[in-house]
Write a protein that binds this ligand. Structure first.
Ligand SMILES: [Fe+2]
Ligand SMILES: [Fe+2]
Length: 131
């Protein structure tokens, strides 16, 4: 396990927390498929990750719009930057088939980003939206 859900900051909205828990599960499955060198499973899980991240971000964005959250453009800009990074990782994976690239991305980029993003953006947003 590369990331324990318990180590992520919790926010004041249960749907947000549930989205984060799903994300952690997929990240762990993907990381473990990389460790095993199971390329077919990595293919499948990269697609699951892309789909899940989109679901996660767009759900938050929809709730922000409904609640007319003042910092929507800033929060969405952070999502957009990670959307781009994950898409470019996926493109590069399709060419290189290098699992180490994915493992490095998860450890050095995605997990630190998730920790900081939840602490800095999701927590304020969840407080504004409520439960
Ligand atoms: Fe989030
Ligand atoms: Fe977010």
């Amino acid at each position: 396990m590369v990331l324990n859900f318990k180590d992520l900051p919790k926010v004041a909205n249960e749907l947000f927390n549930a989205l984060h828990e799903d994300e952690v599960e997929i990240i762990n499955e993907l990381y473990s498929a990389c460790e095993k060198g199971d390329l077919q499973e990595v293919d499948r899980l990269m697609e699951v990750l892309l789909y899940d991240v989109e679901e996660h971000f767009s759900t938050e964005e929809e709730l922000m719009r409904e609640a007319e959250f003042f910092a929507y453009p800033m929060h969405k800009a952070e999502h957009d930057s990670m959307r781009r990074d994950i898409k470019s990782l996926y493109e590069s994976w399709k060419g290189s088939r290098d699992v180490k690239q994915i493992m490095d991305f998860i450890k050095e980029k995605l997990i630190p980003w998730l920790m900081l993003h939840i602490a800095r953006w999701d927590s304020v947003t969840a407080m504004h939206i409520g439960d």
